[in-house]
Design a protein around this ligand. Structure first.
Ligand SMILES: Nc1ncnc2c1ncn2[C@@H]1O[C@H](COP(=O)(O)OP(=O)(O)OP(=O)(O)O)[C@@H](O)[C@H]1O
Ligand SMILES: [Mg+2]
Length: 523
């Protein structure tokens, strides 16, 4: 079926003149009718109802044109039906007429004018059909529902699937956003990690950005390996170490890189000491003091051999006179000399690959949050180095909610989230728990500072929260309600688009991206 519209605008003055002439004609007809009525002896107010309506409409139209900034158009609306058999064609024509009639329109069959009809329907811009209807701007606009919002950017734009409304490709570049920070939200199995892997692959192939992944579920390794990236497995027994005390002189934009580092170490101690209240003010003070002392030597001569490790901090804490320092040191002991001392070593992995995945699954429940925090800090280190090289850094945090639950780690993450943008970092948080994102004013910041959101299928309660927070209409809500994996809404600045991305399953790429147990290859 081809639907075609010919729209010809009419000169405004001409249109007004025509309507005025029409009104005069109608008035004349009315007078004639009235004369007839008087002559025949009945009430002269009784005139044919058509005449009354036309008169009223013509006057409204004149008013529209003269005072409401409307114009006149001549519109020819053509529908070409095509079918393989005469019978099917008759059925189609009948069905089309039925649909039109439902909306109070009549389709006229172009008997004996089929050729002209066809010629006018192909994109030549010629109208050989003389059936036209005068319409105002707003009535003409009704015929053009074909405008959908699209996102189709040039440059280093990445592919995010098809626009569910128009089937056009969605191509966008997060770097062009005011704030490239992103979130991927959805119920378990809705395809969050999959969407992240899609973006990672595209970004890897199209941009020159460095890509880092914090992977608490050990599911990115197959993909990263296929792209010849680097997988760093951190576990209590592995021999690959990253040092939470790593710092470089660009670590923070203030003159003193230690301020932010000290903040990080406070978060780390808070996690380690645990407890509901977290660290007491005195404890924070002694930690901060110890941190400054520990780094003094390194900052005087910044060579890798002088990089402090947790053990140095532990000893420095023991040297402090306050009893609180001893408490913190006691809590740290397990991580320094105890069985969980994975993080008490100098970094021995070279982060020289563009694509690095930190697999922290084997850290177990106890250490996982700590691991995520330390990985986040390592990546911050990278961002600061890359900034000097004018290189963007993409960072993916799966199971982001783990970091948002604890007040202190949440606060540090919020801080990083805010800083990333300024340092050409592009962080993406992946989480199923929308509630955790809105748990406090502080964390809500993350939400408000993310101009890019991929929203997949949502649970009922989350849906309501999100609708309020992001102003999603009920129509748009449909796209995140009981949908299949790979379908949802994409937020890009103030553009909201429904997208569909069904990835072909018979591909090599699919096999390294899926997490369905039965599909994961056992190699
Ligand atoms: N765009 C897609 N096209 C085809 N299949 C998909 C798509 N997205 C997800 N899937 C399928 O759904 C499965 C689950 O997706 P994924 O692992 O991304 O879920 P998730 O949202 O990260 O879940 P969890 O919260 O448990 O981590 C994938 O293994 C894949 O088989
Ligand atoms: Mg996942």
């Amino acid at each position: 079926m081809i639907v075609n519209l010919h729209i010809k605008s009419i000169d405004q003055a001409e249109a007004i003149k025509t309507i005025k002439r029409k009104i005069t004609d109608l008035d004349k007809m009315k007078i004639d009718e009235q004369k007839k009525a008087v002559r025949s002896g009945y009430d002269m107010d009784i005139i044919p109802s058509d005449l009354a309506t036309y008169g009223g409409e013509a006057k409204n139209l004149l008013q529209d044109l003269q005072s409401r900034n409307e114009r006149m158009f001549l519109v020819t609306f053509l529908v070409v039906n095509m079918a393989n058999s005469k019978r099917k064609l008759d059925n189609d024509v009948f069905a089309a007429a039925g649909i039109a009639q439902k909306y109070n329109c009549a389709l006229t069959r172009l008997d004996f004018q089929q050729e002209e009809g066809l010629m006018s329907s192909i994109p030549l811009g010629r109208n050989e059909i003389e059936i036209q209807r005068g319409l105002t701007t707003s009535s003409t606009a009704v015929f053009i529902p074909f405008i959908t919002q699209e996102l189709f950017q040039g440059g280093e734009a990445l592919y995010y699937g098809l626009n569910a409304l128009s089937n056009n490709m969605i191509l966008c570049d997060r770097k062009q956003l005011k704030n490239p920070n992103g979130l991927i939200l959805g119920t378990p199995g809705s395809g969050k990690s999959f969407a992240a892997k899609r973006e990672i692959t595209n970004a890897f192939l199209i941009t020159d950005d460095d890509i880092y992944i914090s992977d608490p579920e050990a599911e990115y390794a197959p993909l990263v390996n296929s792209l010849l990236g680097q997988v760093i497995r951190i576990s209590p027994t592995s021999k690959e170490y990253i040092n939470p005390m790593d710092i470089n002189l660009n670590y923070s934009e203030d003159d003193n890189p230690l301020a932010l580092k000290s903040d990080f170490i406070l978060s780390l101690c808070e996690l380690v000491v645990g407890g509901k209240e977290g660290l007491a003010p005195v404890e924070k003070t002694v930690i901060d003091r110890a941190v400054r002392t520990v780094y003094r030597e390194f900052l005087a001569e910044p060579v890798p051999e002088r990089m402090p490790i947790l053990g140095d901090l532990y000893e420095e804490l023991l040297r402090q006179p306050e009893p609180e320092a001893a408490r913190v040191a006691a809590a740290l002991e397990l991580y320094v000399t105890g069985s969980l001392n994975v993080f008490n070593h100098r970094t021995n992995v070279e982060l020289n690959n563009r694509l690095v995945c930190f697999d922290i699954k084997s850290l177990g429940k106890q250490l996982k949050k700590l691991g995520m925090l330390i990985v986040q800090d390592q990546i911050w280190n990278r961002v600061t180095i890359n900034r000097a090289k004018k290189k963007a850094t993409r960072y993916y945090m799966d199971e982001f909610h783990l970091l948002l639950r604890e007040e202190q780690t949440a606060a540090y993450s919020v801080e990083i989230w805010k800083r990333f943008r300024k340092w050409s970092g592009i962080p993406t948080g992946i989480t199923q728990n929308v509630k955790d994102l809105l748990s406090s004013r502080e964390v809500e910041n993350i939400f408000e500072n993310s101009d890019f959101v991929l929203m997949l299928n949502q649970a009922v309660s989350d849906r309501n929260i999100l609708a309020k927070q992001l102003n999603i209409s009920p129509q748009q809500m449909k796209y995140v309600t009981h949908t299949e994996s790979g379908e949802g809404l994409l937020f890009y600045g103030n553009v909201i688009l429904p997208f569909v991305d069904h990835f072909p399953k018979d591909t090599k790429l699919y096999k390294v991206m899926t997490t369905k147990p039965e599909e994961v290859s056992s190699e």
